[in-house]
Design a protein around this ligand. Structure first.
Ligand code: SAH
Ligand code: SF4
Ligand code: F3S
Length: 469
């Protein structure tokens, strides 16, 4: 495999110089300028937005959630389904009016959606109030692009089509004090036939283990308790490193970092999830007993058409092996209903997998054609109503299973991480079980950020309820 290209440190240093130059400008403005960063899509995008905020802070910006008060608006977009794109375009369209009232405002669109050439072109033509458009590959140059816009106005478009690089040393401003995302790799090589990600995020490339370990060590020192390692397919971590290592080895090394914290990771591709990984999960006490292992569809013909490169029998074997090692493992999956050509009979195989595995929760989607992917041009004869009917059968079955699995917690005392304050007055805090199930908790709000025993008193299909012991 080709070696990963790393953005030279001197190039990042140059971006930080742009930040300092902008900070010198903004320091002379009558008040501290504010930025509004809005994020769509997956955790990878959340992690990218934290880097954009990091740069913005170095430029002297504070943050707001109100578009009207923002000098810079950044919308970090997602392209995974049409619905995600429609929402973004609707919101961007509405910003015309805000900008009319605040002509000095800079409106920036970034992320996966604008990395698609036809979308960038549409923004260029029809959304003329957007000043800056940049794709995931250009994120590390954000300061230089903003600097140019502050000095010269005009519009900047940076959506180079490339395999992608790795940029270390970008500052971050994290959104949470308890939970943190750590990207361990970027991009995807799998080209599942429905999926846009490989086209917009480039090829798989792994951060060096020492950079990841240093970041996690710092997070633990800063008091973070719940660390999620991110990648589109974490199980192929390390294949492109000069000294190849695999994801299980990395987990082992993260687990060896001293401190009281939990390690999670996502996403795992079933074809690359190994017995070694399962054994490592079972052995490493900080690795949470939870695995998100998307199988997408329960029928082998459909899986083949999706280019998932495993069969359902292989999937179920892996689940059995994992359950043998970690009996209380919490399992989740993504599922697509209505892939082109999937018959209702084939869809029913998906229901059978649900009954066999009994996932704790699912993320379910109706197929959405993405321009440029092979599935977008496949024959798709099933009417929308039938897809919806199947979708509803799927969620009804899963609701029932989720509720039964949640009910089994009632009466137990579980060591949970108190990860948030409740916005509903019936509870004081929110918490997560080690398997990441949501618990609404009555008790001392001062416990926020701690691991504490919670007695589970009730449950429904969405969450558990309990009280601090
Ligand atoms: N890398 C992860 C998934 C990232 S996208 C993996 O391989 O599991 C998250 C989920 O979105 C996918 O698992 C899939 O279920 C869903 N998805 C992706 N493309 C889609 C499309 N075109 N239509 C509907 N759902 C899609
Ligand atoms: Fe998309 Fe497949 Fe890559 Fe996941 S593994 S990001 S579904 S192409
Ligand atoms: Fe969306 Fe890009 Fe993530 S397409 S799901 S934000 S990788």
């Amino acid at each position: 495999m080709e070696r990963t290209t790393q953005v030279p440190h001197s190039d990042i240093e140059r971006q930080l110089e742009h930040c300092r130059a902008i900070a010198a400008l903004t320091a002379q403005w009558p008040e501290q300028p504010l930025a509004f960063v809005d994020t769509y899509g997956c955790q990878q995008n959340e992690a990218d937005s934290e880097r954009i905020r990091g740069y913005l802070r170095q430029m002297g910006f504070g943050f707001t959630q109100e578009e009207e008060r923002a000098r810079i608006i950044v919308i970090n977009t997602c392209a995974i389904r049409e619905h995600a794109e429609q929402r973004v375009l609707g919101n961007v369209g509405a910003l015309v009016h805000v900008k009319r009232r605040h002509p000095e405002q800079l409106i920036c669109l970034c992320g996966c959606m604008v990395q698609q050439p036809q979308v960038a072109e549409k923004i260029r033509q029809s959304y003329r109030h957007v000043d800056l458009v940049f794709g995931p590959h250009a994120l590390w140059k954000f300061p230089e692009m903003i600097h140019s816009l502050l000095l010269h106005r005009g519009r900047v478009f940076q959506t180079p089509d490339e395999a992608g690089s790795i940029a270390e040393g970008i500052p971050v401003v994290r959104q949470d004090r308890v939970k943190a995302w750590v990207s361990i790799m970027y991009g995807c090589n799998n080209f599942c036939t429905y999926c846009i990600v490989p086209y917009v995020r480039g090829r798989e490339r792994s951060r060096k283990p020492e950079d990841i370990l240093r970041e996690v060590e710092k997070l633990v020192r800063d008091g973070y308790k719940d660390i999620t390692l991110l990648g589109q397919n974490v199980n192929s971590y390390g294949k492109d490193l000069a000294e190849p290592m695999d994801f299980a080895d990395l987990l082992e090394q993260v687990n060896a970092i001293p401190g009281d914290f939990l390690i999670r990771f996502m996403t795992s591709h079933p074809k690359d999830a190994t017995q070694k990984l399962f054994e490592t999960m079972a052995r490493c006490e900080k690795v949470a007993p939870v695995l998100h292992l998307p199988f997408q569809a329960g029928n082998d013909r459909v899986l083949k058409a999706m280019n998932r490169r495993h069969t359902i029998a292989q999937y179920l074997d892996k689940i059995r092996a994992l359950k043998a090692l970690i009996p209380d493992i919490v399992l989740t999956s993504d599922i697509i209903v209505g892939f082109p050509g999937e018959t209702t009979e084939e869809f029913e195989d998906t229901l059978r997998v649900l009954e066999e595995v009994r996932f704790d929760a699912l993320f379910t989607f109706i197929f959405s054609p993405r321009a440029g992917t092979p599935a977008a041009s496949m024959d798709d004869p099933m009417p929308r109503e039938e897809k919806l009917r199947n979708f509803n059968r799927l969620t009804a079955l899963q609701d029932q299973i989720s509720e039964e699995k949640h009910r089994a917690y009632v009466g137990q005392t579980v060591r949970c991480l108190l990860d948030g304050l409740s916005d509903d007055s019936r509870w004081d805090l929110t918490a997560r079980t080690p398997g990441n199930r949501l618990v609404r908790v009555v008790g001392d709000r001062g416990a926020l950020g701690q691991f504490r025993d919670v007695r589970i008193t009730d449950a429904n299909k969405w969450s558990l309820f309990g009280e601090l012991v």
